[in-house]
Every structure is written in C-alpha cells, then in structure tokens.
Design a protein around this ligand. Structure first.
Ligand code: 5AD
Ligand code: SF4
Length: 442
C-alpha cells in the first residue's frame, strides 16, 4: 500500500515516524509524500499543548472529504494524542479507522495488514516495552541520523502530559545503541543525535534520583560512541540539569565528537514556580551547574525551554526567569505559553494568567533572545570556526550552510570540493543580527 505519514510534535515523534516508514518499506509498502496518492494516511500526533492536539484533530477532521471521494482510504492516528484519547478519537471521528498508542507503534505493519483484510476499526493503546527495540529502522539516509536511547519519562513535572502518554522511562542497552550507531555510520551517517525525554537518565532504570558521583551510564554510552571511526559529531537532547555529575561533565569535556552545546530546559527562573512545577532544582543550583559546565568546556553554548504563564506566575516570578535567561546567555530559547493538560497535576489549578499576559511575556523573552543572538554573532566576526557542512542554504541557492559544534549556523560560498557531511573551516567575514556569513578557509 501507499502510505503518507504526517508528524506533529517533537524530534522523538519525527524519529518514530521515520522508524515506522522504514518498517513499512521493509514490509513492501511505499511511503508517499502527498495525501492524494495515499491508500493509508497516518497522523503521528502530539499532546504536549492543547494547540498541538487541536491542529492534528482539525487536519484529521478535514480528511473526511478525501475519504468520501476514496472510500477504501485507511486513516490512522498514532502517538501521544492517540495514547491520551484512544477510543474517544474513534467516537469523535467516524471516518477514522485506527488508533495506535505510543507503546504499539512497532505493530503498525501487522495492524495495517489486519485492517486491510477486515476493515474493522480498532484502538490499541496497551503499553509495551517491545516498542523500545522494535523501532530501530531508519528510512531517511543522509549524513545525519537520530537514535532514541530512552523512551518515556518518570519525572512527572506538574504541567507535563508526557509521563502519561509515553509511559514509564525505559532505556536501551549500550551495546544496542552502539550497534545501531555503527550501522548508521557504515551507511554514511556523520552526525548522530541521541534522543530521549531525559537522555542523561539513560541506564538508570527509571530511578529519578540524580546518579551518585562518579556514576553515569549516559557518559559510558558517550565514551563508546566517541570511539566509532567515521562518526564526526554526537549531539543529544534533552537532559535534565541535575544529572550532570562529575563523571558526565568530565566526559563531555574530554570526548572528541560530543558537541559543545546543551539544550538544558529551565522552565522557570523562580524557585517558587520551579517547586510548583515539581522541577527538582533551584535557580541557584541550575546556575551553579551552568557555571561548572562553562568552566570545564569554555566554548559551550546553551539553549533552553521556558514556560510563561504557569498558574500563579507573577510579574516578579517572570522577572526572575528573564534574569536567569540573560545571565545564562542562551544561544537559543523556546518559549511556551502554559497550556493546561487534563490529567497532569497543574491542570487541577486555575489557568490564572490571562492570554495577553502570556503573550506579552513571550514577546519580552523573544526580544531578549534576539538581542543576545545579535551580540553573540557580532562577537564571531573574523573568527575561524569548524562547521559540519549541511547542504545548499535554504534561502539562497548560491550559498551553502554548515553548523558549528556549538550549534551556530554559518552560510558561505561553496568551492568545488564542497560536500554535505564533511567538516570545513570557515572564516566569518560578515555578521548581521540573525546570521553569519563566512569564507571557506581550508
Ligand atoms: N504547557 C506549555 N508548555 C509545555 N511544555 C510541556 N508541557 C507544557 C504545557 N502544559 C513545554 C516544556 C517542555 C517543552 C517540550 O514543552 O517547556 O520542555
Ligand atoms: Fe513529543 Fe511530548 Fe508531544 Fe509526545 S507530547 S509528541 S513526547 S512533545
């Protein structure tokens, strides 16, 4: 059959869609890139904010028209919203054929065969650990690949739906991940991005206490991956701040291929709000970890996630968040307006901050970010940096782009030997508030 997959949400969802595409292809199906060509439409969905669910539901609702024209069309919903709503989706959307929860993604090929034969609608949302090992295939083949190293989350931040929709945290073994990485590298991959809801909890068997000094299975994994010949870069997202112990920091500083950039979610800079979010750190302990990381890895850059308008967030709480963000000097930040998620603890409280205030706080943080980025980029003028070449620049076909290990994009004019997935030296010869332009220097 011809299958079209549309993905909403995070990189883990992108990864899951890629693995499902690979499984389907291995079973003789064809992946197509337009809805009109497809025999099967699969929507891999997100529940993290209400807007993500509304968007997917709107789209699926709209597919009713297509199904009316093509009655044999099979429509399925997978992922987090599928897990959260299950049967309710079948009831709400009469043209929907199946619902596949986050623990059942690996069963897609057999489920598709069943539904094609019987046309019986179903919802499968039972948790299953098999999803961990059953989702290792890769459909896209470029210089970059993603590997899911953990699934689920045990932290239960009060605002977050993830522990409910993705279930308890489980990790793969080091040998399993290394094997997948070796195979990818043998097929031309140069950069891997390790994925997990809390990657630094890798190998801790779901224990939510930060690991003891000297102990970090995640660092052990990085050490093993660092040894793979032909692999140029290792990235990871996202870790929780309190898991950066001496062992992990020492590895990050020493490893040759691990990039000097950490996406380190802050969520709030106010201790009172952090406590209500059930985040297990304070503003000071977060800042102390950042300082420790900076002293071990001087060129490190940070990015972050913050939520504005959590229930009860005052102007003073918000001012603290703003202050910490400017102090850490994040190179990138993602600001989210609080959205109550039914089932998560904070949804029991009134969503008290008005939408206009959330939007105002969002705009302030975005303007701060723009000012920080402009300053950081200006400071790179005349410096020579190493980039991993990504390909032709999306905005200007005459230019190519590459990214530094610290995750800063650089545009430049290509030479005859330019090739995606190679490391090149670039001297920055022009900066503007949002981008860098350089000249190949090797
Ligand atoms: N409302 C707004 N943002 C949220 N996030 C998670 N849950 C919510 C919510 N209920 C944000 C967090 C997380 C990112 C992926 O999404 O900042 O790090
Ligand atoms: Fe990813 Fe969370 Fe959205 Fe699920 S709910 S797709 S884990 S961001």
């Amino acid at each position: 059959m011809k299958v079209y997959i549309k993905t909403y949400g995070c990189q883990m969802n992108e990864r899951d869609s890629d693995a499902m595409a690979s499984q389907l292809e291995a079973c003789g199906h064809t992946i197509v890139f337009t809805e009109e060509e497809a025999d099967v439409l699969l929507f891999n969905t997100c529940s993290v904010r209400d807007a993500a669910e509304r968007k997917a539901k709107g789209k699926i609702g709209y597919m009713k028209k297509l199904k009316a024209q093509k009655p044999g069309l099979i429509i399925g919903v997978a992922g987090c919203m599928a897990q959260r709503l299950g049967d309710q989706l079948l009831a709400e959307l009469p043209h929907l054929d199946f619902v596949l929860g986050t623990g059942q993604l690996h069963t897609l090929p057999e489920k598709l065969a069943e539904i094609a034969a019987t046309r019986a609608r179903f919802s499968a949302t039972e948790p299953s650990f098999d999803v961990l090992t059953g989702m290792g295939g890769h459909f896209s083949h470029t210089w970059h690949a993603e590997i899911a190293i953990t699934r689920g989350c045990n932290r239960f931040c009060s605002y977050c739906i993830v522990p409910y929709v993705r279930g308890r945290e489980i990790s793969r073994s080091i040998s399993d991940v290394v094997e997948e990485a070796r195979e990818l590298v043998a097929n031309g991959v140069k950069e891997i991005l390790l994925l997990g809801q809390n990657v630094a909890a890798f190998g801790l068997n779901g224990d939510t206490r930060p690991p003891a000094p000297g102990y970090s299975p995640f660092a052990d994994l990085l050490d093993e991956l660092d040894k793979i010949d032909g692999l140029l870069r290792i990235r990871y997202t996202s870790p929780y701040v309190s898991y950066f112990n001496d062992r992990l920091i020492e590895t990050l500083a020493r490893a040759k291929k691990v990039c000097h950039n950490i996406h380190l979610p802050l969520q709030s800079g106010s201790d009172r709000i952090l406590k209500e979010m059930n985040r297990q750190y304070t503003r000071d302990s977060y800042l102390a970890k950042v300082a420790e990381l900076r002293s071990a890895i001087p060129d490190i850059t940070f990015s972050t996630d913050v939520i504005v308008g959590f229930p009860g967030e005052t102007d003073a709480d918000f001012a603290l968040t703003r202050e910490v963000m400017n102090q850490v000097d994040y190179a990138q930040s993602f600001v989210f307006k609080y959205s109550p998620r039914p089932g998560a603890k904070s949804a029991e409280r009134q969503d008290s901050v008005p939408e206009e205030v959330k939007e105002e706080r969002n705009q302030i943080l975005l303007a701060d970010l723009a000012a920080r980025v402009e300053k950081r980029l200006a400071g790179m003028y005349q410096k020579t940096v190493e980039v991993l070449v990504e390909g032709v620049s999306p905005r200007n076909p005459e230019r190519w782009s590459g990214r530094t290990g610290t995750n800063i994009m650089v545009h430049f004019e290509p030479d005859d030997k330019i090739q995606a997935g190679t490391l090149r030296q670039v001297k920055i010869i022009q900066t503007n508030p949002v981008s860098l332009f350089g000249k190949l220097a090797d």
